[in-house]
Design a protein around this ligand. Structure first.
Ligand SMILES: Nc1ncnc2c1ncn2[C@@H]1O[C@H](COP(=O)(O)OP(=O)(O)OP(=O)(O)O)[C@@H](O)[C@H]1O
Ligand SMILES: [Mg+2]
Length: 362
């Protein structure tokens, strides 16, 4: 359906996409992942010609859209795009937002556009919001309207650029569910996302982008569980791990707590456990270690094991100091709290690595 052949995109002298080769088949639901700045958005923008490629070719249904004389407006109608910010018209009701393009661009009658709009709103779970204005909707609802609006043009492929990244964690689920429905119904889609849950839920294939190319292209299961190439492997591992450094006494623990909550939410870690994780890190790092570690450089790693349903917290710091030696009695309150909240605490010391504490909790 879509084929990229040695596609290139440069902005001035900076070559962002060096050599893109890939085929998107009908019914494919492809998650495009990769570090920031690797050209994921640019890839979608090249495909829709919002940013024309600077080399190579793109074929859509067999037609070379980079060829001179190609009617790009016609090709573009085959593609629907959903962005991070929903861009709904604020002065129009939900249904008018959806009817607008089919009436204006496809010449559909208002009645047909209305009927279809209502149908689509049902599909995204918003049948009761037809006559509301966007300002009366939550972020998740707005994004679902944006998806309905895109579907109203009946595109052959839908391109999503981070459809859930502007949403509160509580609202990502409802948007993910709609995208998942579309995938299940066999809609062809490319979804740029940093949300690995979304990628796992909806993608049959994953493009991992790095170094200006589609660095690894494979089934979702391969990319997430058995990546074949070095950089993919490193990227995927990093996603599963929350890592941060506590390197000064002015460390922003509130900020870190928010990160921890986010991480727990994404990994479906129960609230009770996430409270424990936060408390364990605060007791150990902020209460016990920070005052005694001389050159404060504490590295914290949180990793959740899905299969075994426990969380491992690894804390590393340069000094030789056992946490149980804290307090006068060696059994102060912080340490007792730590013990109460963990299944095990293992301390080790290595000349080169310094101290390592591995805590397991459920
Ligand atoms: N219009 C432009 N002019 C110049 N450089 C650009 C332009 N658009 C993108 N770039 C550059 O191209 C590179 C890739 O950008 P792009 O937005 O595609 O990355 P991305 O993978 O989508 O990143 P993110 O995950 O942060 O959204 C970046 O280095 C960016 O600065
Ligand atoms: Mg982007």
């Amino acid at each position: 359906m879509i084929e990229f052949r040695h596609m290139q995109k440069a902005f001035g002298t900076s070559v962002v996409l060096k050599d893109i080769n890939a085929t998107v088949n009908e019914g494919d639901s492809i998650a495009v992942i990769g570090p920031s700045g690797t050209g994921k958005s640019t890839l979608l923008r090249c495909l829709t010609y919002l940013d024309p490629p600077t080399g190579g070719q793109i074929f859509v249904d067999g037609e070379d859209i980079t060829a001179p004389g190609c009617n790009i407006y016609k090709v573009r109608q085959k593609m629907g795009m959903v962005f991070q910010s929903y861009n709904l018209f604020g002065h129009m009701t939900v249904i008018e937002n959806i009817m607008y393009a089919p009436v204006k661009l496809l010449g559909m009658s208002r009645q047909d556009a209305y009927d279809r709009g209502v149908e689509l709103l049902k599909k995204v779970g918003l049948a009761d919001r037809t006559l509301k204005y966007p300002e009366a909707l939550s972020g998740g609802q707005k994004q679902r309207v944006a998806i309905a609006r895109t579907l109203a043009m009946d595109p052959e492929i839908i391109l999503f650029d981070e459809p859930t990244s502007a949403l509160d964690p509580t609202m990502t689920g409802e948007v993910e569910a709609v995208i998942e429905d579309l995938a299940r119904a066999g809609k062809t889609m490319m979804i740029v996302t940093h949300e690995m849950n979304l990628a796992k839920r909806v993608a049959n294939r994953v493009f991992y982008m790095d170094e200006g190319i589609i660095y690894e292209d494979g089934p979702a299961d391969q990319i997430f569980n058995d990546p074949q190439r070095e950089k993919t492997s490193r990227f995927v591992r990093k996603l599963k791990v929350l890592e941060f450094n506590i390197d000064s006494h002015g460390f922003d623990f509130v900020g870190a707590s928010t990160e921890i909550d986010r991480y727990c939410f994404k990994n479906h870690i129960p609230l009770k456990t996430s409270n424990k994780i936060r408390s364990v890190i605060e007791e150990l790092c902020v209460q016990i270690l920070l005052p005694v570690v001389k050159d404060p450089g504490i590295n914290v790693c949180v990793e959740y094991s899905e299969e075994e349903e426990y969380t491992i917290i690894t804390v590393k710091y340069p000094d030789r100091f056992r946490p149980e030696d804290s307090g006068d009695s060696g059994e102060d309150l912080s340490y007792r709290l730590l013990k109460a909240n963990t299944e095990s605490i293992d301390y080790s010391y290595d000349e080169a690595e310094g101290s390592t504490i591995v805590m397991k909790l459920r």
